[in-house]
Design a binder for this molecule. Structure first.
Ligand SMILES: [Zn+2]
Ligand SMILES: [Zn+2]
Length: 248
């Protein structure tokens, strides 16, 4: 089992536990490395509890860097950030950056792609009622995530499938969907950055396979991709969740 989890949220953004509680749980679970990676500040999104407050960034870094020292004999603590594609605030001074697309921007609005099924359905109107215009824009945006965020790890490649169990929103075997993810993969593979295999949608009951889907993983593997398992835990009990059952 991979003894490292670098994708964990705390109460500095939308997680439920303090960084120290997360570090202690990671020690209990026998991890060798734990990375805290709260959501970066996003100016365009008004739901404040979601991200790290702009004026809390120094405190966040100080807190996690202190834990690094405090627990250094038990575990390696890293201070990361999950940098959103639309964060204007650059990620500086972190041990690592996860680059993620959680929002899309169109002429008609700025909206989250992983909020809930109802919202996703209602957003189709921004795409001439063609869901594949939506999937195309998501993957086009994602294809620039390394350039935009300067990330070290590419986060949840197909986050848009969160509410797509049973292909209720779009068909993941549709030619346009496949060509969309392949174009993003082709571009991102050139950066030689690891792709996350993110177990969160599985332990939260949304999906039966992690992000990205097996079809995408296979395509990325053919292109020589490296992978890293992550839990994207928002509660300490989910740190390293399903790692023992997930092959990479
Ligand atoms: Zn994310
Ligand atoms: Zn996350």
């Amino acid at each position: 089992m991979q003894k490292r989890d670098l994708h964990i949220h705390t109460d500095f953004s939308d997680g439920h536990n303090t960084p120290e509680e997360c570090v202690l749980t990671a020690i209990e679970k026998g991890l060798e490395t734990v990375g805290i990676s709260d959501h970066s500040f996003i100016d365009d999104y008004t739901y404040e509890p979601y991200w790290l407050k702009k004026d809390a960034e120094d405190e966040y870094k100080k807190t996690v860097f202190e834990l690094k020292d405090k627990y250094k004999s038990k575990i390696k603590v890293l201070c990361g950030i999950e940098q959103d594609f639309y964060s204007h605030h650059p990620a500086k001074g972190y041990d690592y950056i996860i680059g993620s697309v959680h929002f899309l921007k169109t002429a008609d609005g700025f909206f989250a792609v992983d909020e809930n099924l109802e919202d996703m359905k209602s957003h189709i109107k921004f795409f001439d009622n063609d869901i594949y215009n939506f999937t195309d824009l998501y993957f086009e945006t994602l294809s620039d995530v390394v350039e935009k965020t300067d990330c070290d790890i590419i986060g949840h490649f197909d986050l848009i499938t969160k509410f797509n169990k049973g292909n209720v929103l779009f068909d993941e075997k549709n030619a346009r969907y496949i060509s969309g993810f392949r174009k993003a993969a082709d571009k991102l593979l050139k950066y030689k950055k690891p792709f996350e295999i993110n177990t969160s949608a599985v332990y939260r009951g949304f999906k039966t396979e992690p992000y990205p889907s097996n079809a995408i993983i296979n395509y990325l593997k053919e292109g020589g991709a490296k992978f890293i398992l992550s839990s994207d835990a928002h509660r300490k009990e989910n740190i390293a969740a399903l790692f023992e059952k997930t092959e990479i």
